[in-house]
Unconditional design. Structure first.
Length: 176
């Protein structure tokens, strides 16, 4: 039995690892909801998996996100997944992606979010080079820098989002 197999002999630990592999970029509370493990038990298994170098963590804002080391993903995909795990940001990205580009006001109206909330999300996305903006007169128009990469990431992890908006996007994307 190799180290990997040995580390996953314990059922609860395997359950945690499988959830992280299935849902890259998932945060602690979401793993807890999906596995129904007690907080202390989950923390123990996550620490064990990290110590055995099967799982790595990244801090995104106030969340610690978990990724399987066995899963091949680049920095751009990890950034995308991290943002896509946040409902408001996911909605904003899907809107911009399906529209081609959008202004803060268009996003705010369509998604029923305050302009300041949209602005905060847009600034975070721009800071990580996921979106960019260009001036058109007095307005700024936002667009996804790598739309194919974003679409591929969404399609590749569709089942992990449990979101009707993602399902609608996938159906629309399949028609194109």
């Amino acid at each position: 039995m190799n180290d990997f197999e040995e580390a996953l002999v314990q059922d609860a630990r395997k359950k945690v690892f499988d959830e992280i592999q299935k849902t890259p970029g998932v945060h602690f509370r979401e793993i807890q909801r999906r596995t129904n493990l007690a907080v202390g038990t989950l923390q123990y298994h996550l620490n064990y998996l990290e110590k055995k170098r099967l799982v790595k963590t990244e801090k995104t804002g106030k969340f610690l996100r978990y990724y399987s080391i066995r899963e091949k993903s680049d920095d751009i995909e990890r950034n995308l997944l991290s943002f896509l795990r946040q409902k408001s940001t996911r909605r904003i990205l899907l809107f911009i992606l399906t529209q081609g580009n959008a202004t803060n006001l268009e996003i705010s109206r369509e998604l029923e979010l305050s302009p300041s909330t949209v602005s905060w999300h847009l600034n975070n996305l721009a800071e990580k080079n996921i979106i960019a903006k260009r001036k058109l007169g007095r307005e700024s128009v936002y667009f996804v820098i790598e739309p194919e990469k974003l679409a591929t990431t969404i399609l590749g992890h569709q089942t992990s989002f449990l979101d009707e908006l993602v399902d609608n996007f996938v159906a629309l994307w399949d028609e194109i």
